[in-house]
Write a new protein. Structure first.
Length: 75
């Protein structure tokens, strides 16, 4: 996505139950590393672009809670 001239890489995580933790817990260090690697690969075609990472969390059993984290992490 793009917001105000800045590329936005967004990760959406959904959990229907808490058996393996909530949506936030599913964004592990390994997952962040894969997202950053994918962003770096994409940015080879747009080397002058600024970027940031967003995470959208959806937890079904917590009343359908939705949490949007802007600038969730940096690379």
């Amino acid at each position: 996505a793009e917001e105000g001239g800045t590329l936005v890489f967004a990760e959406v995580r959904y959990r229907r139950d808490q058996r393996y933790g909530g949506a936030a817990e599913s964004v592990t260090a390994a997952k962040r590393a894969r997202l950053i690697a994918a962003a770096r690969l994409y940015l080879k075609w747009r080397p002058d672009a600024d970027c940031r990472f967003y995470v959208l969390l959806l937890d079904a059993l917590e009343g359908g809670r939705i949490q949007w984290i802007r600038n969730a992490f940096v690379a």
